[in-house]
Ligand binder design. Sequence first.
Ligand code: GUN
Length: 285
Amino acid sequence: MRAEILDGRSHAHTVIETARARAATLRRRPGLAVVLAGDDPASHLYVKSKAKRAEKLGFLTDLKLLPATVSEMELLNVIQALNDRDEIDGILVQLPLPTQINTLRVMAAIDPEKDVDGLHALNAGLLTQGADALVPCTPLGCLRLIKSVVPDLTGSHAVVIGSSNIVGKPVAALLLAERATVTQTHIHTRDTQFICRGADILVSAVGKAGLVRGDWIKPRAVVIDVGTTRVEQADGTFLTVGDVAFDEAVQVAGALTPVPFGVGPMTIACLIENTVKAAVARQTG
Ligand code: GUN
């Protein structure tokens, strides 16, 4: 039996409509600032689609595009100014940052109440303690997709491939908070394939095209593919593919996210959800 394909666009629509209804109850519209330093084309596309989505929902949106040469002090000053603006409820600093900038110092400068990407140490710490926090958008999107097919994760074996601060670690923390048994693999893990074969839930967030083959997957497992890699085709065009060998996985898994249109739309939807959550907390707290 072929796997159920988890369409991120339809789930994203539901998340956004719920956030929109919640935003309508506020006394002023939510405000989102998106900051990008540098000229990476993919990052430009991402931040523009994030800002455009917020704008379409009627949010106050401020997109700050800074040069690749921006100093850490200049960037910290931009963040401080956004922290001080009452009408801004959420601040997202797109990663990766140029190499002259210390990412952790920048994350630490964001007001934790406006940290809609959940990357401030306070929010990351609250998440590991199972407390209410602003949670990183892609991991939150992964969890929503998983729970759409497995509402109760108690006792499930979840394997997360990748241990980045932005996806791997928060996904693992979310799954643990849902009472799954979590194994996290990383670049030094021996026999990742063997570990994956025991997974009821498999999340791959590596960025290595086709890493996860069909024979890595337990029959009927839920497979979430966070990877996006642009691969050049024989005719010179580019295709965006995931970490999972889709054509093989679809024969084995119980449910599977496609790339594109799986996790990607959920990242933006959860950013909207987090912005409304921050706005509600700031405007009613
Ligand atoms: N770079 C790639 N994905 C993301 C994301 O979700 N948030 C931020 N801040 N940077 C990213």
